[in-house]
Design a protein around this ligand. Structure first.
Ligand code: CA
Length: 423
């Protein structure tokens, strides 16, 4: 077992039992305080630990790295230390925060410099994302979409069970939780019209996804096997791949999504390391037909992550509209990465690879409004008396996720984004 994952560990920093961030998590992020420069941090309870100050105090001596990597706007140089050093970093932080370790616990002066309330800091986008790829790996989602738009009897296209389908997305419009964006405008073709029109999207949707962040680069021409794929994955984050369904329907043939997807995506500010998620691994789907040898894998590679989506209208409370789970993925991260690099395509530290909409087998577990409202035919009632087929102006969509086992809850925080009226 990874030492920092021990369920018996307790910290001298108080952590609520419902917190996403016990000492067993220690996810990484980038924060900024008024008048200061951005810095790397880890989360514990409702606090952040400033890793630059933590390093200055001498607690990271054993890492033997240039401490400037923690005074940075992005986690890329920290991730770039490599898996072994990142594991040691998480271990060193865990040791210092341990309930029985007095080194920092009993130093009020140091604590003031190193530990801040989350409510006193602003979280920034954690990673400089180079390339962004979006997969399409939930069998229930792909089946639902196939049933709605194509042939219910042959919902999955012939390639779907043979390779993890994906497209290249756009990273410039990925925003950190807490942002807002204007409803996209675009070209659509109403069903009863002969010609397309241009205007605000009418069918704005969310897509409940997780994304993994690349932690090790490859050279052009190199492929990563499923057996070593985990060495190339730093950690996971929540991801909302906002989608304009009406724009998508008209534009996507024959090359796939373009302006229907690249106007905004939301990620959570915390990257939970693959190490912290190790105890929550679970068996994947039995893949039939058998996959090609380069996509075969051994062991339990899915992860049991409870996921939920809320819609919060402007002047009303939150409404949970979906409860899903990352374990419903048909294709695992390891298979996605093996496939992505199978042609020699190179990957870089900070690349983001999203899962695709994660739908479960039951209607309450669908990961998009398209499926939840079944193409707008079954509106969802909200507590304020209104209903939703898709997302309205001034609605905020909030995604959350956590793993739980043996009294330890490893959470991801929130990925929240607000839709403003079209400009
Ligand atoms: Ca997607």
């Amino acid at each position: 077992m990874i030492k920092a994952n021990n369920p018996d560990l307790k910290s001298w920093i108080e952590v609520d039992k419902n917190s996403d961030f016990p000492i067993q998590n220690l996810p990484f992020g980038i924060f900024v305080r008024e008048g200061k420069l951005p810095r790397a941090c880890v989360a514990i309870g409702d606090c952040v630990v400033d890793l630059a100050e933590f390093a200055l105090a001498g607690y990271l001596r054993d890492l033997n790295v240039n401490l400037q990597i923690f005074e940075n706007s992005f986690l890329n140089p920290v991730i770039g230390m490599g898996k072994e050093k990142c594991r040691l970093l998480r271990q060193l932080v865990s040791d210092i925060l341990h309930a029985e370790n007095p080194e920092l616990r009993d130093r009020q002066d140091m604590r003031k410099k190193i530990i801040h309330k989350m409510s006193d800091v602003k979280m920034l986008i954690p990673v400089r994302i180079g390339d962004y790829t979006d997969f399409y790996s939930s069998i229930d989602h792909a089946t639902n979409v196939g049933k709605m738009f194509r042939d219910p009897a042959n919902a999955l296209l012939p390639n779907w069970k043979h390779l993890p389908v994906a497209y290249h997305g756009r990273s410039s419009s990925i925003c950190v939780s807490g942002h807002s964006f204007h409803r996209p405008k675009g070209q659509t073709k109403p069903a009863d019209a002969d010609l397309p029109i241009f205007g605000p999207c009418k069918l704005l949707d969310f897509e409940l996804e997780m994304a993994f962040i690349i932690g090790k680069q490859t050279q052009l021409g190199e492929s990563v096997s499923t057996a070593v794929a985990d060495d190339y994955i730093f950690g996971l984050t929540l991801f909302n791949d906002w989608s304009a369904r009406d724009i998508q329907t008209w534009e996507y043939v024959p090359l796939g999504p373009f302006l229907a997807k690249n106007f905004a995506s939301t990620i959570s500010p915390w990257i939970v390391t693959l190490d912290a998620l190790e105890p929550f691994r679970t068996a994947g789907y039995t893949q039939e037909p058998k996959v090609l040898p380069y996509l075969e894998y051994k062991g339990e590679k899915n992860i049991d992550i409870h996921l939920e989506v809320s819609i919060q209208p402007e002047k009303s409370e939150e409404n949970i509209v979906s409860k899903s789970n990352y374990k419903f993925m048909y294709w695992t991260m390891e298979q996605q990465l093996a496939h992505h690099t199978s042609n020699g395509c190179n990957i870089n530290i900070g690349d983001l690879m999203a899962s695709g909409t994660i739908s479960g087998p039951t209607p309450g577990s669908f990961g998009s409004m398209l499926e939840l409202s079944w193409k707008g035919t079954k509106p969802i009632q909200l507590k304020d008396g209104t209903d939703r087929k898709f997302i309205n102006d001034n609605d905020t969509v909030i995604m959350r996720g956590y793993c739980e086992k043996e009294g330890v809850r490893i959470g991801f925080g929130e990925a929240s984004g607000k839709v403003l009226p079209a400009l």
